[in-house]
Design a protein around this ligand. Structure first.
Ligand code: UD1
Length: 337
């Protein structure tokens, strides 16, 4: 039996990270999580163990701390890294740009430095469709121009640039940049899912708050976009599909050198009203809503062309919108209430 590969998952206790941890463990990888629980909790580690029967190794550290990260690499033979740790609230990033640049960029720089020290050459980076800025056309392909409308987005784009330059300078380095569209849904067990702090910014967690009676209605931000029903169109992707994309990317990183970039989306755009209707139908719950003015910085339409990931990674999203709505609600009822 070959030795199991060991993957360092930074931000592994978060919404996306916890699902990837489960998939990695289920696929036979050893998982080491580095997380400072800034936007997650230690309970998530128990839940990962409950689902998989295996407790991932946990380092409660900040990835920006060089000594702590070095210690982790000393104590574990890391084969590859999936780097998700970072701050991600768009609005907060506009208020506190230096905090975002400092945290997100230093985490990536520190990680690359320590990886080099220990001869670790494979990294999958959590990027975002936000790097496409205000798209001129949709669907978005990976070679379309990039730009950002807020500091959070810039930290993702700059992270991509740092990794790209690092790979140019070190020909052994394999970098996979994954641009996520809009992750929703939760693990089928209902034990892990998205748990935003305070008032949710994102659509699905807000709808779940309305469904459980925590808020009385949804504000639909704008009904005058040039879309089929006037509301914003996005590419919602089930978290289980997003997670499986990381495992495919990790496999691909074994064979390639240099940088590759992939969209992780379904290729289908749904409007806000599509989501409200699908949620109501899937869960048999009424979601009252009101139209309000557009939210600053929002674009009319954003959805992926996911062909590249299919052709090269042999990956595509398989979970339906109905499942996204059911699984978000299952998690909300079971655990997140
Ligand atoms: C947002 C972030 C993006 C980030 C992503 C993570 C902004 C401008 N963009 O994307 O950088 O990567 O989350 O998932 O914040 N909506 C409502 N009412 C609500 C909430 C949302 O109508 O209460 C609408 C929005 O106008 C949009 C759609 O729902 O049309 C999706 O919004 P959201 O879930 O916040 O995601 P994005 O804005 O696409």
């Amino acid at each position: 039996m070959p030795e199991k590969e060991t993957v360092l998952l930074t931000g592994g206790a978060g919404y996306i990270g916890s699902h990837i941890a489960v998939d990695l463990i289920d696929s036979g990888y050893n998982v080491v999580i580095a997380d400072n629980f800034d936007n997650s909790s230690p309970e998530v580690i128990d839940r990962i163990e409950e689902i998989t029967g295996v407790r991932p190794i946990l380092y409660e550290i900040d990835v920006t701390n060089e000594e702590d990260l070095r210690q982790l690499f000393k104590e574990n033979q890391i084969d590859s890294v999936i780097h998700l740790a970072g701050l991600k609230a768009v609005g907060e990033s506009v208020e506190l740009p230096l905090k975002y640049y400092s945290n997100n960029l230093n985490a990536t720089l520190n990680l690359l430095k320590i990886m080099e020290e220990f001869g670790v050459n494979k990294i999958v980076f959590s990027s975002s469709a936000t790097v496409y800025g205000v798209p001129e056309t949709v669907p978005l392909t990976e070679d379309m121009p990039t730009s950002c409308t807020n500091p959070y987005g810039w930290t993702k784009l700059m992270g991509e640039q740092i990794l790209t330059d690092a790979a140019k300078a070190n020909e052994d380095l394999s970098v996979i940049l994954l641009r996520y569209f809009n992750p929703v849904g939760a693990h089928k067990s209902g034990l892990i899912g998205e748990k935003p702090n305070g008032i949710p910014n994102n659509l699905m967690p807000y709808i779940c708050d309305v469904a459980k009676g925590k808020r009385d209605h949804l504000s639909v931000f704008g009904n005058d976009y040039p879309t089929k029903d006037g509301t914003g169109v996005r590419d919602y992707i089930h978290i289980l599909d997003l997670s499986s994309g990381h495992l495919k990317a990790l496999e691909y990183a074994q064979d390639q050198k240099g940088v590759s970039v992939f969209n992780l989306g379904t290729g289908t755009g749904y409007s806000v009203l599509d989501i409200v209707n699908a949620f109501e139908k899937a869960n048999n719950i009424k979601i009252p809503y009101e139209f309000t003015p557009r939210r600053e910085g929002d674009v009319a339409e954003c959805y992926a062309d996911p062909k590249k990931a299919l052709e090269i990674l042999d990956w595509q999203a398989v979970h339906s919108l109905e499942e996204m709505c059911q699984d978000s609600w299952n998690w909300t009822q079971k655990t997140n209430s």
